[in-house]
Design a protein around this ligand. Structure first.
Ligand code: IPM
Ligand code: MG
Length: 369
């Protein structure tokens, strides 16, 4: 596909450590833009709790206007726990979940690789970690995250009831599954579909739909089904067996955090969230570290920027069509780790530790900066 207009990128640092790690990610992105002559337009705008305190808006009008013409958001972090004071209307307009919905994101990719240099950092044995290279496709538009009815109700007798609804339509399952099967085709040709078909109707439907799609369109892919609890166990016991793991919004949230222990730290896991392609073939996208806002270390300059930098690699691959540049960034991270670059979250006792910016330097140095 020939690119007729630049790729518009909007950086939203957000809350907590988000701005710090996104700052390093942007240095890498701008460097790769220059190095590969990429046609990108990059803007940075305010988003999150800090701007809400000043203006009453999580997503200020000027940010919203830029978002409307954005192809790819480079997102830092959202501290959603501290948001009791924010009105439900503003949360419904500006929360991370609202952004995901607004951009039509449905396929959340969370790759997990075990870097050999971090064998000692991971709680797992090297023989379990060898060759771990899997990717979650977490369905991002449905399930209990968005299901209605939801809310906290008070009954006549004064007792309260919290309600959420786990719901999936056939169409939602098909588009996520089709994406995951296609991804598996470009990898090792294995797909594990994860559900709770033994307990949940939406899970039983999930399994039926994935099975039918496999029969109709993807017989070349080795498909297996796994219950979510079994998957939690197998990710620790035999992670090498996984290639692409397809699952719903909630299980994907849980299992990807669990799998972060394989990588050694949540501070290493990037993600890409993609919409369906528009008629011009472009998908809208949001790239973000899997880790959150880490308020305990925010502003201290010690956060690990590698998940944000690896999210830039995913942006280069999925939004900029720059596969070679994406691989260079991934290789630079591997090389920096191999040379012993460590932030606190991945340092062993007594090892020298780099701050956020110095880790950014370590990666950039390996990209010829
Ligand atoms: C994630 C996060 C989010 C989620 C929170 C911050 C809403 O945990 O992206 O994994 O649950 O989706
Ligand atoms: Mg999560």
């Amino acid at each position: 596909m020939t690119e007729t207009r630049p790729v518009h990128i909007l950086a939203l640092g957000g809350d907590g450590i988000g701005p710090e790690v996104t700052g390093q990610a942007l240095r890498v992105l701008r460097h790769m833009q220059a190095r590969h002559g990429l046609d990108l337009v990059i803007e940075e705008m305010p988003y999150g709790n800090a701007v809400w305190r000043e203006t009453g808006r999580l997503l200020p009008a000027e940010t919203e206007a830029v978002l409307a013409r954005t192809d790819a958001v480079l997102f830092g972090a959202a501290d959603s726990l501290g948001r009791g004071a924010i009105s439900p209307e503003e949360r419904a307009r500006g929360s991370l979940l609202a952004l995901r919905r607004r951009l039509g994101l449905f396929a959340n990719l969370r790759p997990v690789r075990a870097e050999r240099a971090l064998d000692e950092v991971s709680p797992f044995k090297p023989r379990i970690l060898a060759g771990v290279d899997l990717v979650f496709v977490r369905e991002l538009s449905g399930g209990v995250y968005y299901g209605e009815p939801r809310g906290i109700e008070r009954h006549a007798d004064g007792a309260r009831r919290g309600v959420n609804t786990h719901v999936y339509t056939e169409d939602q399952i098909i588009r996520a599954a089709r994406f995951a099967f296609a991804l598996a085709r470009g990898r090792r040709g294995r797909l594990t579909s994860v559900d709770k078909a033994n307990v949940m109707e939406a899970g039983a439907l999930w399994r039926q739909v994935v099975t039918a799609l496999h029969q109709d369109e993807f017989r070349d892919i080795a498909l297996d089904h796994m219950l979510a609890d079994t998957c939690a166990l197998m990710l620790g016991r035999d992670p090498q067996r996984f290639d692409v793991v397809l699952t719903d919004n909630l299980f994907g949230d849980l299992l990807s955090d669990g799998a972060a222990a394989l990588a050694g730290s949540l501070g290493l896991l990037p993600s890409a969230s993609l919409s369906a392609p528009a008629p011009d073939g472009r998908r809208r996208a949001l790239y973000e570290p899997v880790h959150g806002s880490a308020p305990d270390i925010a502003g201290k300059g010690v956060a690990n920027p590698l998940a944000a930098i690896l999210s830039v690699a995913l942006l280069l691959r999925w939004s900029a069509g720059a596969e070679a540049a994406a691989r260079e960034v991934e290789a630079a991270v591997t090389a920096a780790l191999g040379a012993g670059a460590r932030t606190t979250d991945i340092a062993l006792p007594g090892e020298a530790v780099l701050g956020t910016a110095a880790m950014g330097d370590a990666v950039l140095a390996r990209l010829g900066a």
